[in-house]
Design a protein around this ligand. Structure first.
Ligand SMILES: [Zn+2]
Ligand SMILES: [Zn+2]
Length: 342
């Protein structure tokens, strides 16, 4: 049988082994074979490869879900895609039948599968995916911007939850790739000041180099007082891109402001002062990967107003996936792209 070169296989317990695998082939009428051009390493991949894991994945699969590629072979039932189209991956595979799918809550499907965590993903030269998980994107969008489609969609889905006025001041806790994607979206939307908060100097310098208004090191400064000083009243919108910063997020919001909870830390139980939320009329949005964010994310990328490839600090070949993971884990890299074309 033909082999698809050697691909990294997730083995559980933080391990990857490189094994030969057959080329994926069309099996179902809606299958599409995609020649992967590049795939970003996500925080989720770091969590999958943590010991103990902080995100579930099925051992024996290829991980990777932030892929961009070119359509090859198509099943007989696929419409709207042609060989040669560039596509990006919307990695959620929803059932369409459960009580939540029937209510339009695709992000809460109780039979949720995802490309790159429960079925083979995009850290491989070829991927088989159902046509419904692929979105065509204009070839005018640079490949590396398209590669960040999936994390951008997650951030966009969260941003849409909090009513926004042009000029709103935004504070974002966590200046990693997700926090900075929020910053890029809010800049494009016409935010007033955008303030990033982190504890890693590399990330804070990165945020400033991207043109953000302020970058505060929470180990060096009393962040709530500084945000109040910079904004007058506190931030109109606060994003927790970390996942355990709700108390801090509440402290940064102005009266009547909004808090978006985005980061995922399943094992943390932060305590918050409920009185503050009530007394100061705060709105807290819990958000998870966004409701149907994909069409608008394509449109945003095609507009050119957000160019997420500015976050990419390293492009590595597939054989250096583990090195890329380590570079991100040790925060020597912002975003690492596995480039199948080098
Ligand atoms: Zn991701
Ligand atoms: Zn469902």
């Amino acid at each position: 049988m033909a082999v698809n070169r050697v691909v990294p296989i997730f083995q559980g317990e933080g391990r990857i082994s490189y094994e030969p695998r057959p080329l994926p082939a069309v099996e179902a009428p809606d299958d599409v074979i995609v020649r992967i051009e590049a795939c970003g390493i996500c925080g989720t991949d770091l969590n999958i490869l943590a010991v103990p894991p902080a995100h579930k994945a099925t051992p024996g699969i290829v991980i990777g879900h932030e892929g961009v590629g070119i359509v090859g072979e198509l099943g007989s039932g696929v419409s709207g895609l042609q060989a040669g189209d560039r596509v990006v991956i919307a990695n959620r595979l929803t059932c369409g039948k459960c009580a939540y799918c029937r209510r339009g809550l695709d992000n809460q499907c109780t039979n949720y599968q995802t490309i790159g965590t429960t079925v083979d993903g995009a850290f491989a030269p070829y991927l088989r995916a159902p046509a419904g998980a692929l979105w065509k994107i204009s070839p005018t969008v640079p490949r590396d911007d398209a590669a960040l489609f999936e994390p951008l969609a997650c951030a966009l889905g969260a941003v849409r939850r909090a009513p926004f006025q042009v000029g709103d001041n935004v504070a974002i806790i966590g200046a990693g790739p997700m926090g900075l994607l929020f910053a890029l979206i809010y800049r494009a939307m016409g935010a007033g000041s955008i303030i990033l908060i982190d504890i890693a100097p590399f990330r804070l310098e990165f945020a400033l180099a991207m043109g953000m208004d302020a970058a505060l090191n929470a180990t060096e400064i009393e962040v709530a007082a500084e945000v109040k000083r910079l904004t007058g009243l506190g931030a109109d919108i606060v994003v927790d891109a970390v996942g355990n910063q709700m108390a801090q997020a509440i402290a940064l919001a102005r009266r009547g402001g909004q808090v978006i909870l985005f980061g995922l830390r399943p094992h943390d139980n932060p305590s918050v002062n409920q009185y503050t939320i009530t007394r100061y009329d705060l709105t807290v949005h819990g958000t998870f990967v966004g409701l149907h964010p994909f069409a608008q994310t394509i449109q945003l990328l095609e507009s050119g107003y957000v160019q997420p490839s500015v976050l990419i600090t390293h492009r590595l070949p597939l054989t250096e996936l583990e090195r890329g993971v380590e570079l991100m884990r040790t925060q020597q890299a912002m975003k690492v792209l596995i480039d199948m074309e080098i």
